[in-house]
Design a protein around this ligand. Sequence first.
Ligand code: DOR
Length: 441
Amino acid sequence: MKRLLKGGRVVDPANGRDGVFDVLIDGDRIVRVGRDLPVEADVMVVEVPSGLVVCPGLIDMHVHLREPGQEHKETIATGTAAAVAGGFTAVACMPNTHPVNDNAGVTEYILKKAAEANLARVYPIGAVSRGQDGEQLADIAELRQAGCVALSDDGRPVATALLMRRALEYAGMFKMPVIEHCEDPSLKAGGVAHEGYHASTLGLHGIPGEAESIMALRDISLAELTGGCVHVAHMSARQTLDAVRYGKTRGVRVTCEVTPHHVVLTDEMLVLPIPYDTNVKMNPPLRASEDRDAMLAGLADGSVDVIATDHAPHHYDEKHVEFDRAPFGITGLETAVSLCLDRLVHAGVISLARLIELLSVNPAKILGVAGGSLAAGAPADVTILAPDLAVTVSVARMRSKAKNTPFDGWQLRGGVAATIVGGRVVYEGVGSLLQFLPPAL
Ligand code: DOR
């Protein structure tokens, strides 16, 4: 079946396009992008209303889908439903499942469940170490062959410098990045919030920014030593950004990501509007306004490569305990686009094209997966954004199984109009704006 997306503003930074173009899709591929493409007889025309933006499918390279083992928090079906509702055509999922994704059996299970759900593409990330216990390297060749696109011990750092050295060496042979949860355990030492004024007033044990930056410096040095690629996950501290910039100026293969929550919120949320709200407990923690401002500067000047959500669903009962005892993490898939459009694009921090680079072009490049481009021949993974849509975040309407977000009730400008994966419309947000015929499911 051929579809012609006619008349939207196409923002496709990988091909230098930002303007009104038509996009012709045939089956699961993009066939042509151009101005005023002819309408052939067998083509279904979709008039894209002016004001909507057609861009390459968004890719979230850091999510927790929790399956296998923690299906009470999220499943691959509910997680990918949340992904497409959030405009993501693909997600890369972290290996801290039960059992850990440290072998082909688990990777294959994840891929099978993703195929059954048949919504967003799912790229598994394999563990660096067996059981993520920091002792023995996982079988990296086996993980690669089974379909893993990267390695990480996320949730915790790669335990030792030697293990990280070996991981970078082996991952390099298979052209995979090592995604690092940068944290020095001795400095974190049971901390639950950013070390600063607000944590002190609440009597919470703090985690200094240096817990993150010290580990980032170790890993950047090891990437330089080995020539491997290290990707700094969920960067939160200004010192870490300095470390990444230092690595980049030396030509080290280092990239980094920030989450929407670290660029929108600060540790003031520990006290306002609800003190001890466990929906603002995540790791790394929300930091000081100086850190948040540094992340915004890094987004604007190109030092930050990716925006990723660190979607970390937890069950209501797990989060409704004392702050110290609650698990770290918040959901992110269904709020990222609205937060980024409102707080980054409309606020004048970055352009829409730069946002697409951060949410699509660069994650595809770093993971070495298809996508990030609307070039002829590319998979027809397309996100249609409604940058001016008035959105009220509503936990009750979310597809995710989990409700742990601090953004419930927020009013934001910008949302998702539709998500197309491999030529299939898998999500339609504003049905009255975009009249697709029934998707070819
Ligand atoms: O807040 C977090 N939650 N940070 C992590 O690194 C892990 C994640 C989780 O798995 O819940």
